[in-house]
Design a protein around this ligand. Structure first.
Ligand code: FES
Length: 356
C-alpha cells in the first residue's frame, strides 16, 4: 500500500470517529469549548408529570414491587428454615430438583428483581427527568458551588417525591431493610458454633492410652528410651462419624527419657518414670509434630519446621509455633496400664488467639 493510500485511509478513519458538530461531518469541537452542548431535544413532560392519576398509578405499582420484594424475602427465610435439604420435587421443565435450592433461588430472584424493578420504575416515572448539563471547573469547588450542590441535593430530594410519596418511600425502605436478610440467614451455613468443644478432648481421668498402630493399651515397658509412640485415648472408634474430629484434638505421642535428662520439673512429675505424653498436634497450624530426634529429644513439625524440646516441657526452640505442645498427665493403673489423669489443661492444636 502506498503512502498516499495510507494518508487517505487515516483521513477516512479519523473523519468517521471524530465528534460531530451541528455544522457538519468531521468538524471537531473547538479547543476553547471541548465539551460543546451536543444539542438535547426539548423536554417532553411525561404522563405522570401532568396527570396526577397516572402518577398515583405509578406510585401503587412501585409500592407493589417493593412489597413483593419484602414478601419474597420472608418466603426466602421461610424456605430456608422449614424445607428439608433432602426434599426433592418435580418442577417442569427442570425435572427433579432440590426443593430448598429451588425455593431459595426463586424467592431470592423475585426479591432482587422486584427491588430493582421498583427502583427503576420510580426513577422513570416519578423522579424528575429533566436533563441538565454541569459545567466543568477546577477540581476544588468554591463555596458557591458547594452551596449550589446542597441546593441541588435538596431539589433532587423534592423532585424525587421522597417526602411526598410516603407509600413509595416506606415500602422501599422496608424492601431495602429486609432483602439483605437473605444474606444474613445464610450465615447459618457456616455451621454450628464450637462453644467449648475446642477446649476439651476425648481424654478423661482413667482413659487408657492406646497404641495407634496396634490398637492395644500401652504399658510402661512398651515405651523404650529413644522411641516415640503415637497413641490415642481408649473408646475412640476409627469408624465413627466424629472420629477424625476427635482424633484431631486427642492424638498424642509418648517418649521415654532417662529421668535425669528431663529439664522441666513439672513435665517430669506429669509423666511416669521418664515417659512423657504430649499432644502431637503442632501449635502452629496443626500438623503432626512427630519427627523425633532421639539424641536431642527434639520433635520437629514437617510443615514449617517448628521444633519442640520434649525434655523441657515441649518448649518451642524454632519455627512459627507460638506455644509449647500441651502435656497430658499420665500414671499407671492397678493393672499396669498407662492411663490419663484427666484432659489436657489447655486446648491442644493451633494456638488460640488469647495465647498471643
Ligand atoms: S504446622 Fe507445624 S510448624 Fe506449621
Amino acid at each position: 500500500m502506498s503512502s498516499h493510500d495510507n494518508e487517505r485511509n487515516d483521513k477516512v478513519l479519523s473523519d468517521d470517529h471524530l465528534p460531530q458538530s451541528p455544522e457538519g461531518r468531521g468538524q471537531v469541537a473547538v479547543a476553547d469549548d471541548p465539551f460543546a452542548d451536543p444539542g438535547l431535544p426539548p423536554h417532553e413532560p411525561r404522563r405522570q408529570d401532568v396527570d396526577e392519576r397516572a402518577a398515583k398509578r405509578s406510585e401503587r405499582t412501585i409500592s407493589l414491587l417493593f412489597t413483593l420484594a419484602m414478601l419474597a424475602t420472608v418466603g426466602f427465610i421461610a424456605v430456608y428454615s422449614t424445607v428439608s435439604v433432602e426434599k426433592i420435587v418435580y418442577i417442569f421443565p427442570f425435572g427433579h430438583v432440590s426443593a430448598t435450592n429451588f425455593g431459595l433461588g426463586l424467592t431470592l430472584a423475585v426479591a432482587l428483581f422486584a427491588t430493582g424493578a421498583g427502583a427503576i420504575h420510580w426513577a422513570r416515572t416519578l423522579m424528575s427527568d429533566l436533563e441538565t448539563a454541569d459545567e466543568r471547573h477546577a477540581v476544588e469547588a468554591t463555596p458557591e458551588v458547594k452551596a449550589k450542590v446542597f441546593d441541588d441535593w435538596k431539589q433532587g430530594v423534592a423532585e424525587s417525591q421522597w417526602t411526598r410519596r410516603k407509600m413509595v418511600r416506606n415500602t422501599m425502605l422496608g424492601a431495602l431493610t429486609l432483602v439483605p436478610l437473605t444474606g444474613v440467614v445464610l450465615l447459618r451455613d457456616l455451621g454450628p458454633l464450637p462453644y467449648s468443644r475446642l477446649r476439651h478432648t476425648a481424654w478423661k481421668e482413667g482413659s487408657l492410652i492406646i497404641n495407634e498402630s496396634t490398637m492395644q493399651p500401652l504399658r510402661p515397658e512398651d515405651i523404650v528410651v529413644g522411641s516415640l509412640t503415637q497413641a490415642m485415648p481408649e473408646g475412640l472408634d476409627p469408624h465413627a462419624e466424629d472420629f477424625h474430629a476427635e482424633i484431631a484434638k486427642a492424638a498424642v505421642m509418648l517418649v521415654r527419657l532417662e529421668p535425669e535428662e528431663i529439664k522441666d520439673q513439672r513435665s517430669a512429675e506429669w509423666g511416669h518414670e521418664g515417659i512423657l505424653c504430649y499432644s502431637k498436634i503442632c501449635t502452629h497450624i496443626g500438623c503432626p509434630a512427630t519427627l523425633y530426634e532421639q539424641q536431642t529429644h527434639h520433635a520437629l513439625c514437617p510443615c514449617h519446621q517448628s521444633t519442640f524440646d520434649l525434655a523441657d516441657g515441649a518448649r518451642v526452640l524454632f519455627g512459627p509455633a507460638g506455644h509449647p505442645l500441651p502435656q497430658l498427665r499420665i500414671a499407671v493403673n492397678d493393672e499396669g496400664y498407662l492411663q490419663a489423669l484427666g484432659d489436657f489443661e489447655e486446648p491442644p492444636g493451633p494456638s488460640f488467639w488469647e495465647r498471643g
